[in-house]
Ligand binder design. Structure first.
Ligand code: LLP
Length: 418
């Protein structure tokens, strides 16, 4: 559940009318609800309360430092995939001892920085990465805490671009080879083996693939234990889906309960979650204005001021996200089936297709579920400044990232000297 509701025919973010935010800060803009972020985070921690656990929010979903700060204040850990994300976490007041570092291509510089910051764990994705971490840690005379990311070869039944746990995907180490890699890890200098992790994909709407992967990983944990390799934590990744279009993913509490039920005989094992979307998606809206209506012989187009550079998901994954009127019309304006398209010069530039709307130019629309993988995937394509981000907290709205200026578009660029 989120805190975006209609009151007197006006869409509100908590207690602030979205139309007032648009009037004050302009469009397009992202609007987040602090209460929703907090509620979604708590859904995980409450559900896992019975077992030792840590919720490491996946920073890539929404990395604004105000969002990270809200979660850090609640005690969250963070799942990062780059030096930049770690720097953001630190800037936002996050605790590096609660940071896990995922990603297939950690550079020497990133590994060194993460060791200097004393993070909780490196989620290692290959033998070559393990050897690199060992070499750097040994040279720095520190012990690098590592987990091996295993690829359990489980079909997550999601979009192929966001499926990560199949053996043809680039992620993790084949679970069949994991035992050997653990043995190598134990023998390498500068390495302290602390855990195991997996992440099989994103926007999962069923619990079964998680449980199937979990069973394989628990069997590995048993094998390791009998060989004298005892792990401190089990990281089950992120991936829990959200309802974009009537999907019925399990509630975080049902999902966590089923995972914890499998862990009865593993009470000393800390359970780590890495949710991104489930925390942030429904805590955000993308607010956009209708610039033109363009009826053609075949279609009705609503041309809006937000494009694929602001919100890439529909173009990249054919993702469906609900589009609603900020102030629904009941003045007889005719309804049409609109393709809601942006200003970018690409046919694939749309934020929604076939949407029944009664709108006129100047009307405001809100695309829902835009809090995750929205702003973080935005770009300056077509030299469009990135939009403002606003966080609502009760009856207050605060800009947490200013709209980019024209000058910022060429920041760092220089003319040739002659
Ligand atoms: N942990 C790891 C190692 C991951 O790779 C990811 C997401 C997560 C956690 C968080 O997954 P979540 O709970 O958010 O599903 N841009 C795509 C999603 C890409 C997800 C990549 N990895 C989209 O907009 O749907």
């Amino acid at each position: 559940m989120d805190f975006f509701q209609y009151k007197d025919n006006q869409l509100f973010a908590e207690q602030v009318a979205v139309k007032d935010i648009a009037a004050q800060y302009g469009t397009p803009c992202y609007v987040y609800s602090r209460k929703t972020l907090e509620r979604h985070y708590r859904a995980f921690t409450d559900a896992a309360a019975k077992h030792k656990h840590l919720v490491c929010y996946a920073v890539k979903a929404n990395s604004n430092i105000a969002v990270l700060n809200v979660l850090a204040k609640m005690g969250a850990g963070f799942d990062i995939v780059s030096k930049g994300e770690l720097a953001r976490v630190l800037k936002a007041g996050g605790d590096p001892k609660k940071v896990v570092f995922s990603g297939v291509a950690k550079t020497r510089d990133e590994i060194t920085y993460a060791l200097e910051q004393n993070i909780k764990c490196f989620n290692v994705e290959s033998k070559a990465e393990l050897e690199r971490i060992s070499e750097i840690a040994a040279c720095m005379q520190v012990q690098a805490p590592v987990s091996i990311r295993v690829n359990p070869d489980i079909d997550a039944k999601t979009h192929p671009y966001i499926s990560t746990g199949l053996k043809e995907n680039k992620f993790g180490i084949d679970i069949k080879q994991a035992f050997d890699v653990y043995q190598l890890a134990c023998a390498l200098p500068g390495i302290q083996v602390v855990g195991v992790d997996f992440h099989i994909g994103s926007q999962l709407t069923e619990v079964e693939p998680f449980l199937a992967a979990l069973d394989k990983v628990l069997a590995l944990i048993d094998t390791l234990k009998s060989a004298g390799i005892e792990l401190k934590h089990l990281d089950i990744g992120g991936g829990l889906g959200v309802p974009y279009d009537g999907e019925k993913p399990p509630h975080p509490s049902a999902y966590a309960a089923q995972v914890i039920a499998r862990l009865e005989s593993y009470s000393s094992l800390e359970l780590i979650f890495e949710p991104g979307r489930a925390i942030a998606a429904n805590a955000g809206l993308l607010v956009t204005k209708v610039e033109y209506l363009k009826p053609t012989a075949d279609k009705h187009f609503a041309i809006v001021d937000a494009g694929m550079n602001d919100m890439l998901r529909p173009s990249l994954y054919q993702a469906w996200q609900e589009i609603i009127a900020v102030t629904p019309r009941n003045d007889g304006t005719p309804e049409h089936n609109y393709d809601v398209v942006g200003p970018v010069c690409e046919t694939g530039d749309f934020i929604g297709k076939d949407r029944t709307l009664a709108i006129l130019p100047g009307d405001l629309l809100a695309q829902r579920s835009a809090g995750a993988y929205g702003f973080t995937m935005s770009s300056n394509y077509n030299s469009r400044p990135r939009v403002a981000e606003i966080m609502v907290d009760g009856d207050r709205a605060q800009v947490i990232r200013a709209r980019e200026t024209l000058e910022s578009l060429w920041q760092g660029e220089t003319l040739l000297s002659e």
